[in-house]
Design a protein around this ligand. Structure first.
Ligand SMILES: *Cc1c(COP(=O)(O)O)cnc(C)c1O
Length: 387
């Protein structure tokens, strides 16, 4: 199989703008190379001002770290239950385990692939009735599309259960015109290398209560008390982003709008290019907000398309093109065996039928043409053949 790195078309690669190196160079020139410095201050300030309506934030080493701190801020501890969608990446759920708590998995709704608000309500009200309310409800905004937040927020208000938003895949994503991440008590973003903007690795936490942001900042630096002596009264972590990487973040923030536009253009180009083929369509675009289409996901009906998810992925691999299945639902993971799960058919179907296609904002039209041609060529090549 050809594996030529230079010509390989990847799923989602970093895409730098013009300013990142300048901010990184400033960090080197000033020797602010660690977990304090002007890039960190500016990155948090600008992210908060430009995306979060001024709500305070703290930059961290990863989105996973942010979810860990966010859940701890909500008081999640051993034996507690935390609700999570089953259709998500393990990074949403591992932090529940770090705290000794138990995830409870809920299926997705078809219109957005995110947590089903109706099923969520049933499950939560039943638990409340039984005197065992979950400690927190985690909402994930998958692939750049928001969950349907209004009914979820109403449920949170009605029951007093806090909402944490995993917006790792949703920088630039809107719900009813507003950036997600500020609707719940806590919101968390990721700047991992494959995300819509990146600091190579990084994350950010925001919260309605500024005291919670400051608490997360304190925990993220080993819970070191002020003063020269290494004095500790609380459990901490080494979760603070470095000032060098925050410089990359500043540069990336300046091109976010372009990146969103490019990802959407790519997704809709796939949609149009496959419009005449049976059994392949772009994942749903829900009506309640702007879907960045961080990843372009197509849904295959294998009997109509004449090839399965894996046959398409294998065909693309032959052309040195990276494609992947949708996230494998959490309730199907051996690691989560025995976890309470409600429904799961929608998530399982998305997993069985979804293919993530190359979606980098730097993808050229020529590269995308190559992907489109390879997908088209895979039709009717499966075991099922032409009907
Ligand atoms: C990427 C991702 C995370 C974790 O973010 P990292 O920065 O990689 O730790 C969490 N949840 C979802 C849904 C993600 O896609």
């Amino acid at each position: 199989m050809p594996q030529d790195h230079a010509s390989r078309i990847y799923l989602s690669v970093p895409h730098m703008g013009d300013l990142e190196q300048r901010y990184v160079r400033e960090a080197f020139e000033s020797n602010w190379l660690s977990s304090v410095g002007p890039n960190l201050d500016a990155f948090e300030r600008d992210f908060s001002a430009e995306l979060l309506g001024g709500q305070r934030s703290v930059a961290l080493t990863s989105g996973t770290a942010g979810i860990h701190l966010g859940l701890r801020l909500l008081g999640v501890g051993p034996g507690d239950e935390v609700i999570s969608p089953t259709l998500t990446f393990i990074g949403s759920v591992n932090p529940i385990r770090y705290l000794g708590a138990k995830p409870v998995f809920i299926d997705s709704e078809r219109s957005s692939w995110n947590i089903d608000p109706v099923l969520l309500r049933e499950v939560v009200l039943e638990k409340v009735k039984n005197g065992k309310p979950p400690k927190a409800i985690m909402v994930v905004h998958l692939y750049g599309q928001s969950a349907d937040l209004d009914p979820i927020l109403a449920l949170g208000k009605e029951t007093g259960i806090p909402i944490i938003e995993d917006a790792a895949e949703a920088v630039g994503t809107l719900y009813k015109g507003k950036q997600v991440g500020v609707f719940g008590e806590i919101g968390v973003f990721s700047f991992n290398g494959n995300k819509i903007i990146t600091t190579t690795g990084g994350g950010l936490l925001t919260a309605h209560d500024p005291a919670r942001v400051e608490k997360a900042r304190y925990w993220s630096t080993q819970a070191r008390e002020p003063g020269a002596a290494y004095h500790h009264v609380d459990l901490g972590y080494n979760y603070r982003l470095s000032n060098v990487l925050a410089g990359i973040g500043r540069g990336q923030l300046a091109v976010l709008a372009d990146r969103v536009e490019a990802r959407r253009r790519i997704a809709f180009r796939y949609r149009d290019a496959f419009a005449d083929l049976p059994g392949i369509e772009l994942m749903p675009q829900a009506s309640f907000g702007l879907h960045t289409n961080w990843l372009s996901v197509v849904v295959i009906d294998e009997t109509k398309f004449g090839a399965t998810r894996d046959q398409i992925i294998a065909r693309l691999a032959e052309e040195n093109i990276e494609a992947r299945p949708v996230w494998k639902p959490m309730h199907l993971q051996p690691f989560n065996a025995g976890c309470e799960t409600h429904g799961g058919a929608v998530a399982e179907e998305a997993f069985a039928r979804g293919v993530c296609l190359p979606s980098s904002s730097s993808l050229t039209a020529v590269q995308q043409d190559k992907v489109i041609a390879a997908v088209r060529a895979s039709a009717f090549t499966g075991a099922l053949g032409r009907p």
